[in-house]
Design a protein around this ligand. Structure first.
Ligand code: HEM
Ligand SMILES: *[C@@H]1O[C@H](CO)[C@@H](O)[C@H](O)[C@H]1NC(C)=O
Ligand SMILES: *[C@@H]1O[C@H](CO)[C@@H](O)[C@H](O)[C@H]1NC(C)=O
Ligand SMILES: *[C@@H]1O[C@H](CO)[C@@H](O)[C@H](O)[C@H]1NC(C)=O
Length: 313
């Protein structure tokens, strides 16, 4: 009964909207996409870490209450918002969304949702990094709730394959979506705290996760010299390039990926064969990534068009 109730609750929060369309603002704000793209490319020129930040921000947004801009809201009064919850260490570049919103508001006030701006900015982040482009379905509304405690719904880097599958299926995403979207880890950076579990006190019998390449593990220990290092340094997830490509899958096959959750994609026949496929074919990866991004970013949830992305109306 409790399980039934909670699944009903989940499905009342998350729905795959059929009303999103890629020309949603054609009449009401035709310049919106160009303005957002400019905000992303301008910011990226000054700070190369921006695209990874925006892509991860959109993923966080969609996993909690649907893609409703809840990740953008600031804490207020007693309420601690998502962005101040535990995985906040990885969230940044909020100012890019603010800049895009201000520029969009100046030409068509009160029309374009923050959730849509973030979804378009995530696509532009992939494009500016040399990845595929696609039409972003739009027409999302912004939500009014953002709670730090909801970040429990995000998959953790320590998850095994069944926990990952469960986390994705709760919002209607498949194992193929899991493998394709994990390819987002071709961009960006991780703090030591996100993979320390694999290089210190892994379990009672081994200090280092045996599924890590030994020399790679040694290099990670060098960058992250202690389990609870206050400095919490970090490493680039795909050190070969800052380009959006399929190298991530090649690194999985070489046991040179950072998270247990990355390596876990080898631990079921279905996901393992997709990893091999995407490692061999950038084209197959790009097609699958686009399809899964559209699917993830079409989970909606909000009800208003916020004036300021950091506060509810
Ligand atoms: C499969 C489950 C996933 C897990 C467990 C996971 C976990 C993580 C963790 C722990 C970090 C590093 C945070 C830090 O230490 O700073 C990270 C970074 C990142 N993730 Fe994921 N992630 C997942 C899925 C995704 C998806 C679906 C996307 C987007 C399509 C994505 C995009 C990114 C990006 C771009 C970064 C780098 C952020 C930056 O450099 O600012 N991840 N992820
Ligand atoms: C991030 O979350 C942690 C744990 O909830 C909190 O102690 C910390 O103040 C937050 N940091 C920021 C920058 O919001
Ligand atoms: C995954 O982790 C969960 C929770 O720790 C555990 O119950 C389950 O047996 C694990 N599954 C696999 C396939 O290792
Ligand atoms: C530690 O991990 C290794 C590799 O996954 C495994 O073979 C071993 O049984 C684990 N030991 C314990 C005590 O869980």
């Amino acid at each position: 009964m409790a399980a039934l109730l909670s699944s009903l609750l989940i499905f009342s929060f998350f729905s795959f909207a059929t009303s999103l369309t890629s020309n949603y603002y054609q009449k009401t704000c035709p310049a919106a996409e160009t303005i957002i793209q400019k905000a992303v490319t301008d910011a990226t020129k000054r700070d190369k870490t921006v695209p990874a930040g925006l892509l991860r921000m959109h993923f966080h947004d969609c996993f909690i209450r649907g893609c409703d801009g809840s990740v953008l809201l600031n804490s207020k009064g007693e309420n601690t918002a998502e962005k101040d919850g535990p995985p906040n260490v990885s969230l940044h570049a909020f100012y890019v969304i603010d800049n895009a919103k201000i520029a969009v508001e100046s030409v068509c006030p009160g029309v374009v949702s923050c959730a849509d701006i973030l979804a378009v900015a995530a696509r532009d982040s992939v494009v500016v990094s040399g990845g595929p482009s696609w039409d972003v379905p739009q027409g999302r509304k912004d939500g009014r709730i953002s709670k730090a405690s909801d970040t429990k719904q995000l998959p953790a880097p320590t998850f095994n394959i069944s926990e990952l599958q469960q986390s994705f299926s709760q919002i209607g995403l498949s194992l193929k979506d899991l493998v394709a979207l994990s390819g987002g880890h071709t961009l960006g950076f991780s703090h030591c705290s996100s993979f320390n579990n694999r290089i210190y006190n892994f379990n009672l019998t081994t200090d280092i996760d045996p599924s890590l390449d030994p020399s790679f593990a040694a290099s990670l220990r060098h960058v992250c010299p202690a389990k609870n290092n206050a400095k919490n340094a970090g490493v680039t997830m795909d050190p070969s390039s800052t380009t959006f490509d399929n190298t991530y899958y090649k690194l999985i096959l070489q046991h040179k990926v950072l998270f247990s959750s990355d390596n876990a994609l080898l631990n079921s026949p279905k996901t393992r064969s997709l990893v091999s496929k995407f490692a061999c074919s950038k084209d197959a990866f790009s097609k699958a990534f686009v399809k899964s991004m559209i699917k993830m970013s079409s989970i909606t949830g909000g009800q208003e068009i916020r004036k300021d992305c950091r506060v509810v109306n």
